[in-house]
Design a protein around this ligand. Sequence first.
Ligand code: PEP
Ligand code: MG
Length: 869
Amino acid sequence: KKYVYLFHEGDASMKNLLGGKGANLAEMTNLGIPIPKGFTVTTEACNKYYDDDKVIAPEIINEIHHTMSQLEAATGKTFGGEVNPLLVSVRSGARASMPGMMDTILNLGLNDKTVEVLAKETNNERFAYDSYRRFIMMFGDVVMEIHKKDFDAILEEMKEAKGVHLDTELTAEDLKELVLQFKAFYRSQKGTDFPQDAREQLIEAVTAVFRSWDNPRANVYRRLNDIPSSWGTAVNVQEMVFGNKGDTSGSGVAFSRNPATGEKKIFAEYLMNAQGEDVVAGIRTPSPIEELEKQMPETYKQFMDIVNTLENHYRDMQDMEFTIEEGKLYFLQTRNGKRTAQAALKIAVDMVEEGLTTKEKAILMLDPKQLDTLLHPAFNQEEMKNHPVIATGLPASPGAATGKIAFTAQEAKERHEAGEMVVLVRQETSPEDIEGMIAAEGILTVRGGMTSHAAVVARGMGACCVAGAGAIKVDEKKKTMTVNGKVYGTEDYISLDGSTGNVYEGKIETVEPEISGHFGTFMGWADEIRSLKVRTNADTPHDAAQAVKFGAEGIGLTRTEHMFFAEDRIFIMRQMIVARTEEARRAALEKLLPMQKSDFKGIYKAMEGRAVTIRFLDPPLHEFLPTHPEEIEELAAALNVTTDELNGVITDLHEFNPMMGHRGCRLAVSYPEIAEMQTRAVIEAALEVNAEMGWNIVPEIMIPLVGEVKELKYVKNIVVKTADAIIAEQGAELKYLVGTMIEIPRACMTADEIATEADFFSFGTNDLTQMSFGFSRDDAGTFLKHYYEKKIYDFDPFAKLDQDGVGKFVKTAVTLGRGEKPTLKLGVCGEHGGDPSSVEFFHNIGLDYVSCSPFRVPVARLAAAQAEV
Ligand code: PEP
Ligand code: MG
């Protein structure tokens, strides 16, 4: 088996094996783009490293060494040798790009001898030692896990001692001294000398990249982005070119279109006399590419041509890294660029209009989860005028964020978990900050450009970010930030507008979003392409109306219990629950009837005649009962019983395992009058709205938690008897359906029998997941995190359907149900109905619709379209 590929041996189709970066380097080599030569160690080698208990197999080490010899021959340089030394970069490159998550080592191959050769050959001692000190630092940090900030402190001390501000002001002699200090520090930390053998350095570095696949921040990023740990990462070893060779050298990053707005204009930044890490780290603020035209017109032209070539070749917006070495331009990598949702929509629509791509391909250019950012509120423009702009940075990632200030990622995470809304304010962010960035409403940095870590990561996760607001001074220790002489602390609110880069004082209200413009066009294409219908889960007219705006084609689940929680109703509800006679229960139900009926009328109207599925009461009754002594007294008084008697009833209703207790259709089996009342409310509301509006609503009544056909049959009889009597009484016409939720494993296995009594099935994958795994929905979070750490599960099965297990139950029920009744309508209304990969599964097994919360309706529409192509 081959574990190592020279760039010219691969191509873009080999992404799974070579990783995204490796496959693109291969493709660029084939396209004749000037890129430094190199090779890729495959993702299979990484997986084997983990299978072999974290050692690289000898045959792979040999293959790496052998390929290195081929690279030496191809470049005419020697690796670790004393003539024309070959230096390389070692970078990770997984199948999906994980910006800032994995580690990179530059200048590998330098040692005490080669550094001198390099100095002589380039006639540039300063450059050689600058490269060496960077290498010692990165190798120490990434491979040997010595803290980077300790090296930084030594560097800062040196700058202070020499009275300079910038790294570039240090002389060759200073850097030589710095190298000695770094090496001494390395020895003090590791107890061994900094390795001088280039081949040993290389294998250590490859090992470190493999190891970094499993570091905590990579794991967090993967879970956030649905990337399984089984993919592994490839390692790219590439000849170094130098952007830090003096004033005709530089490094930069480029996007073929603007990644924040989508504007069709090349967007690039660069720094002269710097290596790529300097640009991304945001240490110095880079220059816009337009300045290169003045500095180096030829190189600029070549740069623009290559960017256009790459975009036309990949037919998608590209994110590239480049280096100019003494006037000669090299591209170091290209990939489909991360972009904001706004930019993604504009680029997709523009590219179809430009004839660069098709609608089918264009709808794949957006991750459905990204739509989320477009559906969340923006600042109320009127209110914004009353808040002073205290600083302006770069509009790095759009959105509106308001919160109190948090100064560290850890603090942001803790305060978020405690229920606070916080904005994370940092000098600059680093990959360690990822969890705090997720927890924060928005991110504000003082330093860094549009391509700084904060900007790239925030765009990737759709979080609002303002970067490089240089007017702000942050004091992390004192937990303050100062702008224009005014000091803000952890109790002060600020608001960020990620679309303008403005930072406002105070808390600004937000307004609801709309689907229009490019968003509307794009979603229109998704609707043309998809066949799976998308409904919504909504319990109020407000949510229903919101969902219609977002394109919902009906309601797949109304949880009626949510209607009983309202302040004025719960009291009556409680009277119903603790009633000890049917008569008392009916009296309470009688009072609830008009309330339910008006709820249903509101929902029918909001849905404007679209399908509405109403599910009968589901949760265990004790959930409604009072717990405070005053409430208990009040209820006892209303019922004319003593508090002791009432407490007795409450104790009797207590359950040890309420999730598997007296809930769902079991309630209707015990107390059929509840189902009668709910049927009356559904049917009367529909008759009234049909008469009033001239519509033809066909209500869908759904019975929860059925595990046995006789259970369904029993409850259905009550529904049918009640409904038919009302319809007949009124001399009206009304069609209605009675169906069931399928959310108990037994129901899946007996779905053929259940189908005989059901007009439709709706899979309740929340309960089905709970009961298939035997994981309590309410408690699983506490132990599942250990399962992620130990790689037993990659994902939360309550968020992303477990296709192998729970999915098999669903598939079985589909086959059995349709086998018995080919016209059976099938949907899903568990949380998974709004999860893109689960939606794809539901499409593939032939469901008619998915139903999800209003804000996920557009996500599901797009996911359904993507499942089709
Ligand atoms: C389900 O179980 O998937 C479902 C939709 O019902 P609930 O979440 O209300 O139990
Ligand atoms: Mg359920």
